[in-house]
Design a protein around this ligand. Structure first.
Ligand SMILES: *Cc1c(COP(=O)(O)O)cnc(C)c1O
Length: 234
């Protein structure tokens, strides 16, 4: 199966998961996670309709996407990997015609919020921020609990160059469906608690679901699925 067929298959599976959980397919965005994949594959995914891409390493993203985005201005690029503070400058940096990244989904430390806020003070389009929530024991990253998420939300909302948009999580890498579901339900619970505490903020994005678990994520309320393997190595 080539990349276009793989994308079509995933879109069908998204539609079916939405249908059986009473949701509209337009509620779920499909991200192509292009880390480790070269420009010709990314170009193929673009031709097959993918406009939202995710990368997990800053340098790799900069080298692949600076020219790609100049050629395809409708591209939206999100940082999804763990981000060191000394790379924040590249993540918030400009490229011809705009900014390299539109969003950072992997915001997991208050010092990173402060650095991103400092670097985006004069930005025309704010940098979209998702707070990463740690919902799986085998994952290392993410805010550990509701209190730390409350504090992080407070911090993001204080910076004019940052636009808070929701949460991101990774479920455990397991075949145990109940454990995966529990992880996604913890996200929904956290989102509801945050929305109650910060009702004026935008909590519309729930980024959850990867190649192995995106249908479960959709059933549990995901609005953005991050698919790498099933698109680029089907
Ligand atoms: C690599 C990665 C993905 C994509 O994973 P696949 O299993 O290849 O679909 C999604 N989210 C994050 C944060 C990743 O690092």
């Amino acid at each position: 199966m080539g990349i276009p067929e793989a994308i079509e298959t995933i879109q069908e599976r998204i539609h079916k998961a939405c249908a059986r959980s009473g949701r509209k397919a337009e509620e779920v965005r499909l991200m192509g996670v292009s880390k480790f994949h070269e420009l010709p594959a990314i170009e193929e995914a673009w031709k097959a309709g993918i406009r939202l891409f995710g990368e997990s390493r800053v340098q790799e993203a900069a080298s692949k996407f600076s020219d790609f985005e100049a050629k395809h201005p409708e591209t939206e690029l999100h940082m999804i990997g763990s981000l060191q503070r000394n790379k924040a400058k590249i993540v918030t940096g400009r490229i011809a015609g705009g900014y390299l990244f539109d969003a950072v989904q992997s915001v997991d430390r208050d010092e990173l919020i402060a650095e991103l806020g400092r670097l985006t003070g004069d930005r025309k389009n704010p940098l979209i921020v998702l707070l990463e929530y740690h919902t799986a024991e085998d994952s290392k990253s993410g805010y550990p609990d509701l209190d730390s998420l409350f504090r992080a939300a407070d911090a993001v909302l204080a910076f004019p160059g940052l636009a808070l948009r929701g949460l991101m999580t990774m479920a455990p890498l397991t075949r145990d469906e109940a454990a995966i579901r529990a992880s996604f339900r913890a996200m929904v619970f956290a989102r509801d608690a945050l929305a109650a505490r910060f009702p004026a903020a935008d909590w519309s994005c729930l980024s959850m679901g990867m190649s192995g678990d995106f249908e479960i994520a959709i059933e549990e309320g995901s609005t953005l699925v991050r698919i790498g393997t099933a698109i680029f190595n089907p």
